[in-house]
Design a protein around this ligand. Structure first.
Ligand code: BGC
Length: 759
């Protein structure tokens, strides 16, 4: 164990400044004089892009296992599986001499158009937080670090280096930060990567509130903050805000600027020391893990196949799947020959091997005659000949399998999608094939939802295979032939059309600003609130068996927020084959001071059941499961009252519910003021006690508003209701003649008294 403080004390100003900027694209700056090695970092997140020469930015990378990307992984809803994958990633990092893997990314899927959604987990912060935590814990359990990214509100690629995300405080706290918060507080990633964009006018790299106040002080983050590659604009300002390491390097002008700022008093050396301390801590920790050796590529390929199969989501099945000994199979679509298994950009991996979907299918259908047609071109052009050829094959087959991959010119890091459609040729192909072959299965490879329109109607089955990793070709065959019973469920809603999506009117922004106008209401929170029909809801996915849910119950009818609640449900495999079910728990608040989504995911469990088997699934719910963030108090708040606990197979398929009453232990100061309405004063216990007697007295004495009864005939309205919505001060002014003191005196006395009572 190195003594970090004594190491720091031995460093010169120049060495500390240099340490806080990279030595190259992928390494920190070593200090040879003190035997401090360089730390090597590498993308990330679903495999290693370890460029051979760490001093080159873009270069061929060493072979590494390409696992399924995050949108696929999330659909497994299986944290244990992600933990296992994390350990495999760490083993590869050790073999390839990498100290920190640049991932995972936990940005929310605000719009399905975000080109990088394939690298993110979910439209729900809780789900994303659980999955990221498991992956980080898996990687770090073997002494390799992670970089949780991109912090924060980086939810699009359009103008990602400069876009200003305007997002209100509550939305930030409830939607865009919790996945980071959970991962930081539970798993302590070694590093957190700031985002390129601005958040409410300030660059992610210079955002003191996000980097220091919230991340380090409030959540207790112990590692260092690294910039996204090229995200720093003013190095001194970023250091002051809490950005510890700037990447990539080398950048002598930045280092000099820091030295100069310390010398001229603009930067307190203690700030630089703190950044250097955090970096030293991680560099030394990484050095404790011996590097080198080899990883077991074959074992990791097999793991990638197992994981991919767990992530696939069966969206539609009229009973054709699993395939039962077909004699003649028409395989259509170039993705059957050239697997589309990863996305473009910084996460692009040089795989150790790639399963060809066609070949893997052949292995499992040894007795079948299998023919192939490409079906669609590589580009966006129309080619009727390819469609005609495919139709010819499909007509004479028992089954047509259509392998449809969303091309990378439509989906990648660096640009957003222009629409949610497959290419026109792909749609025409599906329609032409399904017109002649009712037994048609569409297998999709994409990182984020595609709209289906009419084409889904003619299909017998649709399998969402995602960007499935290098072994996904085998995993597709496993699922189609029932060697694996599909168990994945969606973590991003599949909408009916782009215009239905929550951020549609505010995406991707204009004149450098994107306003998060939909607020809390992204994903299913929006579709619930607006009662908008969707193609497939959040949490949805089919199996080759069915599950029955019985006896939903809670541990207490009345509970304190700090104690939380436990939900239990008996789940039975009611079908003929073994399978896995993802049980989801949503919380619905009956009433709250602030608007809340109709329901929110607060727990889930994946359970494996043999035919006929029943298991009791128990899911704990803590304080945060019931709380909302109240910007007026700048804290998480619970309110006493009733909650429904909804247990479902998806967000739209609630199978059972229980009701419990929460007792809030919070004692919040009142936020009544002179502009609060009489109604607000009445709804606050302390306020009511003070205002009610004056109100009653005045109503008796008369004055400008002396109501004859609830419905005043002279004006045709309910006077009491009208008065209730007047601000306190205005109310007293209107009533001056019925008061014994001047209205402002009464108002001020009440304010003094209520703050005395409330605080
Ligand atoms: C990406 C990061 C990535 C980094 C290094 C950036 O452009 O946004 O996700 O880790 O490059 O490749």
């Amino acid at each position: 164990m190195t003594n970090i403080q004594s190491l720091l004390a031995q460093m010169t100003l120049e060495e500390k400044a240099a340490l806080c900027t990279g030595a190259g694209p992928w390494t920190t700056t070593p200090v040879e004089r003190l035997n401090l090695p360089a730390l090597t970092v590498t993308d990330g997140p679903h495999g290693l892009r370890r460029v051979v020469d760490v001093f080159s930015m873009i270069n061929k990378s060493l072979p590494a296992t390409c696992f399924p990307t995050a949108s696929s992984l999330a659909a497994s809803w299986d944290p244990a599986l992600l933990h296992e994958m994390g350990q495999a990633l760490a083993a590869e990092a050790i073999a390839l001499d990498v100290g920190v893997i640049l991932g995972p990314g936990v940005n929310m899927k605000r719009s399905p158009l975000c080109g990088r959604n394939f690298e993110y987990f979910a439209e729900d912060p809780y789900q994303a937080g659980v999955m990221a935590t498991a992956l980080i814990e898996g990687i770090q359990s073997l002494g390799v670090g992670t970089s949780l990214k991109h912090y924060a509100a980086n939810n699009q690629e359009f103008e990602r280096f400069s876009m200003n995300a305007e997002v209100d405080e509550r939305t930030l706290r409830e939607i865009y930060l919790p996945a980071f918060e959970m991962a930081v507080t539970k798993a302590q990633p070694w590093t957190v990567m700031c985002s390129y964009n601005k958040i409410n006018g300030t660059y992610g790299s210079e955002h003191r509130q996000l980097l220091t106040d919230i991340l380090k002080n409030e959540w207790g983050f112990e590692g260092f903050v690294v910039s996204d590659w090229g995200a720093v604009h003013d190095r001194v300002a970023s250091l002051k805000a809490g950005l510890d390491l700037e990447m990539p390097g080398p950048k002598p002008t930045r280092v000099n600027a820091v030295i100069e700022a310390v010398r001229n008093g603009d930067l307190d050396e203690a700030v630089l020391d703190e950044a250097a301390r955090r970096i030293l801590n991680i560099v030394c920790r990484a050095a404790e893990t011996p590097k080198g050796g080899e990883f077991d590529a074959a074992a990791h390929h097999a793991l990638a196949r197992r994981i991919s199969a767990e992530c696939m989501v069966l969206l539609k099945n009229n009973g054709l799947l699993p395939l039962r000994d077909p004699q003649h199979v028409a395989v259509i679509g170039r993705a059957a020959m050239q697997a589309h298994f990863q996305g473009g950009g910084s996460s692009h991996i040089n795989p150790t091997a790639v399963d060809v979907p066609f070949t893997e299918l052949q292995k499992l259908a040894a007795n079948a005659e299998i023919s192939y047609a490409a079906g669609y071109p590589e580009d966006d052009s129309h080619n009727q000949g390819l469609i005609d050829e495919a139709v010819g094959l499909a007509q004479t087959a028992d089954v047509a399998l259509l392998y449809i991959a969303l091309p990378s010119f439509k989906e990648s890091e660096g640009y957003d999608r222009a629409d949610l459609d497959l290419t026109a040729q792909q749609v025409a192909l599906i329609q032409a094939v399904t017109a002649v072959q009712p037994n048609t299965v569409v297998i999709l490879n994409n990182g984020a939802p595609v709209v289906m329109g009419d084409w889904i109607d003619g299909t017998a089955a649709v399998l969402e295979a995602w960007m499935m990793g290098q072994a996904g070709g085998g995993a597709i065959a496993d699922v189609l032939f029932g060697r694996v019973n599909p168990s994945g469920k969606l973590t991003e809603t599949v909408p009916l059309r782009l215009t239905d999506t929550p951020a549609h009117l505010n995406f991707p922004g204009e004149n450098g600003v994107v306003r998060y106008g939909e607020g809390l209401f992204i994903g299913y929170r929006y579709y619930d609130a607006r009662n908008v029909a969707v193609q497939f809801p959040f949490g949805y996915g089919l199996s080759y068996t069915t599950f029955a849910y019985n006896n939903v119950r809670v541990s207490a009818e009345n509970f304190r927020d700090v104690d939380g609640l436990t939900v239990a449900v008996d789940v039975t495999n009611a079908g003929p084959v073994a399978g896995k079910e993802i049980v989801q728990v949503y919380v619905h608040d009956h009433a709250a001071r602030l608007v809340r989504p109709y329901k929110e995911l607060k727990g889930f469990a994946k359970v494996s059941l043999q035919p006929g088997e029943t298991q009791t699934v128990t899911i704990p719910l803590d304080f945060r499961a019931f709380a909302y963030y109240d910007p007026a108090y700048r804290q998480w708040v619970t309110e006493s009252g009733q909650f429904d606990i909804l247990v479902g197979a998806s967000s739209a398929d609630i199978r059972g519910r229980a009701t419990a009453t929460l007792c809030s232990t919070l004692q919040l100061p009142t936020i009544l003021h002179d502009e609060s309405t009489i109604r607000a004063w009445f709804s606050d216990p302390a306020g009511r006690e003070l205002v009610a007697p004056i109100f009653d007295e005045m109503m008796k004495n008369g004055g400008m508003f002396s109501a004859d009864g609830p419905e005043d005939q002279s004006i045709g309205m309910d006077m009491i209701n009208f008065l209730m919505d007047l601000p306190l001060r205005s109310f007293f002014h209107f009533q001056e003649t019925s008061l014994t003191q001047p209205p402002d005196d009464i108002t001020n006395q009440l304010l003094e008294q209520v703050y005395g009572v409330g605080r």
